[in-house]
Design a protein around this ligand. Structure first.
Ligand code: ARG
Length: 461
């Protein structure tokens, strides 16, 4: 038969493939809480404005509470004939309370309804991500604090560059996540206007109060253009773009853990709880969780791209293409949540092999810049010339198979007569990191100061 919600002008029901391509209930059932909340706000407003009777409004509200209780207990029934969460809920309401249910949809369309539900869902999703990121930041700060003095090689081009501290390296990720959180906060603030009451596209002739429903749903106010209200999915894109950028950061940290866990590096032992073994090679400990975080970043970016491509070129106002907005957002959110949780677990429990980090920091001529800087400071050598002199010292050490600090003074003086005993003070990795006192530098004192600020930031946000 034809559809009971809109079948008045239809003689025949849909083809079975139509039913299948049209239905969003398999995924949009995730919006059920938001859908019930939106309907309750809407019917309360309709009653306040005299558009439905107080009696009907009460029956509808109580009925919606019963539907919610059923969903809570048994899940949402996936009825493909009813297409989406809005119709599944309304039809169950009608079964429970009878014809009064038909008054709920006055002065509303599924177009403003779905935009409202989805905004509410994304708002909750952002709050969840914020909590997850705060926990990951706290884990980074805690580990950084214990390793504010642990020296490791700092890299550029993945070549040993200058010594840094592990605490400083971990705090670099704190900063990235801080920016991610500010992007999510921006997205939340921008999202927070209510489309409810824009109706199908043009607004409504009923004497509604969109400010009332907006306030009831925790929005800062109603949106200002009915066409934009039902066509806008910027909020979903903002979420996906923030999620994408966040996932890139998680992926970089995951990648570092993967490299660091490899035998040639040996900087970390990843916890058993986040590793897997091999069915054939008994010695293996594979960093699967980190690899999946790295992999998930690609999928999250794919979700973002998918919705961009869905939205580009859509004429105003609603088109059914927009129903495809939800799967990529749900998928990205699930992947991001898992990624954040896995990285938090790994950061909390990874074993750092600081002896190995120190040994490698001491072995890569990583204090060559310190030697050059010393020549500039102590012997007034122009930096370019100091760079050249130091290059010769590195070459000499490399030929001898020793470290810079092991070269005898006479040999160094053979390269440049201005070098004296004082040079040895700057050639150790500890002296090198301690000297990096510029704001944001790797000196343990700087790192500790930043950690203290970070703790304050975390206690506020
Ligand atoms: N299931 C639809 C969606 O997710 C709801 C809106 C339907 N509106 C319409 N005009 N067919 O987008």
């Amino acid at each position: 038969g034809s559809n009971s919600m809109w079948g008045g002008r239809f003689a025949e029901g849909p083809a079975s493939v139509m039913r299948e391509i049209n239905a969003s209930i398999p995924f949009d059932k995730r919006l059920w809480k938001q859908d019930i909340a939106g309907s309750k706000a809407h019917v309360a407003m309709l009653a306040a404005r005299g558009i439905v009777s107080g009696e009907d409004a009460q029956a509808i509200t109580e009925g919606l509470n019963r539907v919610a209780a059923e969903y809570e207990a048994n899940g949402v029934p996936v009825n493909m004939d009813l297409e989406d969460i809005h119709m599944v809920t309304e039809s169950r309401l009608a079964e429970l309370i009878g014809p009064a249910a038909g008054r709920l949809h006055t002065a509303r369309s599924r177009n403003d309804q779905v935009a409202t539900d989805f905004k509410l869902w994304v708002r909750d999703a952002i709050d969840e991500v914020q909590a997850g990121l705060a926990a990951l930041q706290a884990a980074l700060v805690a580990r950084a604090e214990s390793h504010a003095d642990s020296v490791m090689p700092g890299f550029t081009h993945l070549q040993s560059a200058q010594p840094v501290t592990l605490g400083h390296h971990l705090m670099a990720y704190y900063e990235m996540l801080k920016r991610d959180r500010s992007r999510f906060a921006d997205a939340r603030a921008r999202l927070n206007r209510s489309p409810l009451g824009a109706a199908a596209l043009a607004g409504t002739g009923f004497p509604t109060d969109r400010f009332m429903t907006a306030a009831a749903l925790g929005f800062d106010g109603p949106t200002d253009n009915s066409l934009d209200s039902v066509s806008d999915r910027d909020f979903a894109l903002d979420y996906l773009m923030a999620a994408t950028q966040c996932s890139l950061h998680l992926s970089r940290l995951a990648e570092e853990f993967i490299i660091w866990a490899s035998q040639p590096f040996g900087f970390v032992k990843l916890p058993d709880a986040y590793s897997t073994g091999s069915s054939i090679m008994p010695q293996k400990r594979n960093p699967d969780a980190a690899e999946l975080v790295r992999g998930h970043a690609g999928r999250i970016m794919g979700c973002m791209t998918a919705l961009c491509v869905t939205m580009k070129g859509l004429p105003l106002a609603y088109s059914k293409d927009m129903q495809d907005d939800k799967p990529p957002v749900f998928e990205a959110h699930d992947l991001l949540g898992l990624s954040i949780a896995a990285m938090t677990g790994m950061v909390e429990t990874v074993t750092f092999r600081t002896d190995r980090m120190r040994a490698l920091a001491e072995s890569g001529f990583a204090t060559a810049t310190d030697l050059a800087d010393w020549l500039v400071r102590e012997a007034d050598v122009p930096f370019r010339e100091a760079h050249h002199i130091t290059g010769r010292a590195v070459k000499l050490a490399e030929d001898r198979g020793v470290q810079l600090a092991d070269l005898p003074l006479e040999e160094l003086q053979g390269i440049d007569a201005r070098i004296h005993q004082g040079i040895y003070d700057v050639l150790t990795v500890d002296a090198s990191v301690a000297s990096r006192m510029s704001h944001g530098g790797t000196a343990p004192a700087q790192v500790r100061a930043r950690i203290a600020q970070a703790r304050t930031e975390l206690s506020k946000a």
